[in-house]
Every structure is written in structure tokens, then in C-alpha cells.
Design a protein around this ligand. Structure first.
Ligand SMILES: Cc1cc2nc3c(=O)[nH]c(=O)nc-3n(C[C@H](O)[C@H](O)[C@H](O)COP(=O)(O)OP(=O)(O)OC[C@H]3O[C@@H](n4cnc5c(N)ncnc54)[C@H](O)[C@@H]3O)c2cc1C
Length: 297
């Protein structure tokens, strides 16, 4: 936990939006884990920029929480500031011809619904994927060449000092490799026009296929591993004898083996241990090292 003069500056300047010792589990899909030392929900871009600059000056770590579908919070909680972009200022979609600008906190579902209504195609296969536009950039969806990234044109963000910047899609990976993670404000997409009927047909197909295989919406669930290139995770799990593995409050989803399903009462420690056991078993039986999908805080 962080202490000292930095705390005074922070708590005085941001008294209206800062909560101390906020439980984070309710903000995440897995609903496990401890508290944030400080939790802030900035009301505007300007306020967010000031918060980032203050954290930078006071050497206070700052993390961004979006829909919480891809973070695993440790039971010990998180030191520094956890910032959630829940305000309307981060939840807009504007469309001008083929160009679409979406706030970082817009859900993928809302974005896809809006662009499809304007007969813009390219994102419909992602319908039903939980999470936000900002969160997608930091998960597998944000990998170069993915369906999501193919639609992206520019990314607007605050750097770790609170300077507003923007980069093209092609410069995004280099930026992530060389700098501290930025706080994404908005993403610009360039999408192709198509006829409404074709878009609707693809939307329906994607929706049905996704809902037939991914865990039920009422389950506490998260994707565990990045899809191993050219391999089927299901086959790796079958070979390792863990396709139906469960331990205590945690289990591999019966519907899709890449999801962990967590029962009420589970702890983050249990989930992390479970994931480690799966990785170990897969490595032992197949020689493949699986890479974790969620960010662990
Ligand atoms: C049921 C289910 C189905 C899924 N299906 C797929 C699939 O088919 N394909 C696939 O690739 N993925 C899939 N996923 C993973 C999904 O893409 C991610 O869970 C989602 O994109 C994360 O978005 P989020 O808003 O919840 O981000 P969070 O979980 O809140 O955050 C994830 C990471 O992004 C960072 N972050 C979030 N917003 C910002 C911001 N504005 N600025 C800076 N950093 C930020 C956070 O700090 C964190 O490190 C699935 C997940 C679930 C639960």
C-alpha cells in the first residue's frame, strides 16, 4: 500500500471522486479478489487527465478497470489508484460516413449494434463478446490482424504523464512495447459499407454460434488462456485429461474449455492455483506452454 505526502495531494484534489478501500470483486466478472486502496470514477476527460498527472507526479500507480471481464484481482487487493471509466464522457459513439469514433467505455455490443444500424460491416462476428472498446485493445482481441484490430484506424489516449496523444493502428504495438500502458480514451474505426440484409445474416449466425458454445451469461466466468496458434485448446485439454477438471469452487466450463467457471465463495488464490494446475498438466502431457489471458492485479 502507498502512503506519505502523495496520499494527501491525491485525497485533497480528488475528494469528490475518490473512495478508499473499495471492494473490487463486484466490478469484475469473476467476482473474486480484494479492495483497491483508492478507487476513482472521473467525470470527464479533463478530470481523468488531471488524475493521471497527479498520480505520475506523486509516483502513485494507476490502473484502469473497464467491464472487468478480463482481470483477476488478488485477494490481497491493489495498492495505488484503480480508475473506472464509467461516466457518459467515455461512452459515446459517433458515425460520419465510414468513420466511427467510440469512447473507451462503450461496450462491444453497443458499438456493434450502432455500426450495423448504419450498414457498416466488419465487427459483426464479435457480437456477444463481453467487454468494452478500451478493454478489447489489451486482450487477444487487440492482437495485430484480429477482426477487431482490422477495423481500428486510430487510438486516442493519455500517456502515463497525462498528455493527450493519438497513434495509428500500425504504431499501437510499438507504443505498448516501449512505454508504460496508456489510458485509452477513444478508438476510431474505418469500416466498410454493406447491405443491411447481409449484415443481419452474419450477425444472426455469429450470435447463434457464440451462444451455443460460450458459458451462460449468469455464470462467473473468464477466458483463461490465449488461444495457442494453430492448436485446439480443447484437444490439448483432452490429451492432458483435464477437459472436465474441477477443484473446489472452480471448474473448466462444460461448454467451452477455455473458460473457468467460479462458484460463490471462491477466492482469487483458488482461481490462480486452478489455472496453474491446468497449465502444468498441459505442459506435462503435451509440451505446450499456455499463456494467461486475464491481467492479474
Ligand atoms: C464470455 C466471454 C467470451 C469471450 N469471447 C472472446 C472471444 O471470442 N475472443 C476473444 O479474443 N476474447 C474473448 N473474450 C475476452 C474478452 O475479449 C475480454 O474479456 C474483454 O475484451 C475485456 O474487456 P473489459 O472491458 O472487460 O476489460 P477489463 O477486463 O476491465 O480490462 C482488461 C485489461 O484492459 C485494460 N483496460 C481496459 N480499459 C482500458 C482503458 N480504457 N485504457 C487502458 N487500459 C484499459 C485493463 O487495465 C486490463 O489490463 C471473452 C470473454 C468472456 C468473459
Amino acid at each position: 500500500m502507498y502512503s506519505g505526502p502523495a496520499l494527501m495531494a491525491l485525497t485533497e484534489l480528488f475528494a469528490e471522486i475518490l473512495k478508499a478501500q473499495e471492494p473490487l470483486a463486484p466490478y469484475t466478472a469473476l467476482q473474486v479478489g480484494g479492495r483497491a486502496q483508492f478507487f476513482a470514477e472521473p467525470r470527464s476527460e479533463e478530470e481523468l487527465g488531471q488524475l493521471i498527472a497527479c498520480c505520475y507526479e506523486e509516483k502513485m500507480p494507476l490502473r484502469v478497470l473497464a467491464a472487468g471481464t478480463n482481470v483477476l484481482i488478488r485477494d490481497e487487493g491493489v495498492g495505488g489508484v484503480v480508475c473506472r471509466l464509467s461516466a457518459p464522457a467515455f461512452q459515446f459513439v459517433t458515425i460520419d460516413g465510414h468513420r466511427v469514433r467510440a469512447g473507451a467505455a462503450v461496450s462491444l455490443t453497443q458499438l456493434i449494434a450502432e455500426v450495423c444500424r448504419h450498414c457498416l460491416a466488419g465487427l459483426e462476428s464479435l457480437i456477444g463478446t463481453p467487454g468494452t472498446v478500451g478493454g478489447a485493445l489489451f486482450c487477444s482481441l487487440g492482437s495485430p490482424g484480429s477482426t477487431f484490430m482490422n477495423g481500428v484506424d486510430r487510438i486516442e489516449f493519455y500517456d502515463h504523464q497525462g498528455q493527450r496523444c493519438s497513434v495509428s493502428r500500425d504504431d499501437w504495438d510499438a507504443l505498448l512495447a516501449e512505454h508504460l500502458p496508456p489510458v485509452v480514451l477513444a478508438v476510431e474505426f474505418m469500416l466498410e459499407a454493406d447491405d443491411a440484409e447481409s449484415i443481419l445474416r452474419r450477425l444472426r449466425r455469429a450470435w447463434i454460434s457464440r451462444h451455443g458454445r460460450q458459458p451462460f451469461f449468469f455464470q462467473r466466468t473468464a477466458r483463461m488462456f490465449q488461444e495457442p496458434r494453430g492448436l485446439s485448446l480443447e484437444q490439448l485439454f483432452e490429451q492432458a485429461g483435464i477437459r472436465h477438471y474441477r477443484a473446489g469452487n472452480v471448474a473448466v466450463s462444460e461448454r467451452d474449455p477455455n473458460f473457468v467457471v467460479v462458484q460463490p465463495g471462491a477466492t482469487a488464490r483458488e482461481v490462480l492455483l486452478f489455472i496453474e494446475q491446468l497449465r502444468h498438466r498441459v505442459y506435462e502431457h503435451t509440451g505446450h506452454t499456455l499463456r494467461l489471458e486475464p491481467s492479474v492485479w
